[in-house]
Design a protein. Structure first.
Length: 242
């Protein structure tokens, strides 16, 4: 095993590029295969994505299609993003397998926890966005007033919903990034703790700017976990530096 690792870490640039190409093709293939699965499972996936809308408007939550191609576009979009979500563990695995040979022995032990934490936090962000979207729909409907009849185009609805889940998923990587910076000694837990007031202001502004729906509850659902993650990263950093 040690010889194998040594051989991998001593790869030439051409061999690194070939390995990157192989990992990329395997990841892309998994996305395509699982995208086909999502294409077949279009109806139950659409029902899951439609659920927040139906909770917000239980008596009237059907989609309005005005273009003959809307149904096909929606199914392809669900297949693509479904493939990305279903294949994300495989993609993370290939990223880890690609970077591991270039890491030192002391760094390699952190690879699996970091990859696992990245996936878990991203999934947590997507989940929070999913359950917050009902309140976002209710807020947006109330802003328009009672005289408006809401009949959403499914592609526009899905575009907003997926954007919100993506932003929440990415921003929930915040503690992983902070811990990585602490391990790289770019920042220290003491510096982060000393700057907590500025961090809270920055988190509040970021939540207001990056929440696509603009409703107060979704902003709170983003800002509160990020604040908790900030102090969690400080605690983890202190443990790792002992």
């Amino acid at each position: 095993m040690s010889r194998f690792r040594k051989a991998e870490s001593g790869m030439t640039l051409a061999e690194h590029l070939a390995e990157a190409r192989r990992r990329f093709l395997l990841s892309s293939g998994s996305i395509i295969v699982l995208g086909i699965v999502a294409f077949v499972l279009y109806t139950p996936i659409l029902h899951v994505l439609q659920e927040p809308y139906c909770r917000a408007a239980p008596d009237h939550c059907k989609f309005l299609v005005t273009n003959p191609l809307d149904g096909l576009t929606l199914r392809i979009k669900i297949a693509f993003f479904g493939g990305l979500v279903f294949a994300s563990p495989i993609v993370f695995w290939h990223v880890w397998r690609f970077i591991t040979p270039g890491l030192k022995a002391t760094e390699r032990r952190y690879a699996v926890p970091f990859v696992s934490a990245s996936f878990v936090f991203f999934a947590a962000g997507v989940t929070v966005a999913y359950y917050s979207f009902q309140h976002a729909i209710q807020f947006l409907q109330s802003i328009g007033g009672q005289t408006l009849v809401s009949e959403y185009n499914p592609n526009q609805y899905l575009g907003l919903f997926l954007l919100m889940m993506f932003i929440f998923g990415v921003t929930f990587e915040f503690p992983v990034v902070l811990v990585a910076l602490e391990l790289a000694r770019i920042v220290s837990p003491r510096q982060l703790l000393r700057s907590w007031r500025y961090a809270l202001i920055a988190i509040t502004i970021a939540a207001a700017v990056f929440t696509p729906s603009g409703d107060p509850l979704s902003m709170l659902a983003l800002a509160v976990p990020l604040t908790a993650f900030y102090f969690l990263a400080i605690g983890v950093g202190k443990l790792l530096h002992r």
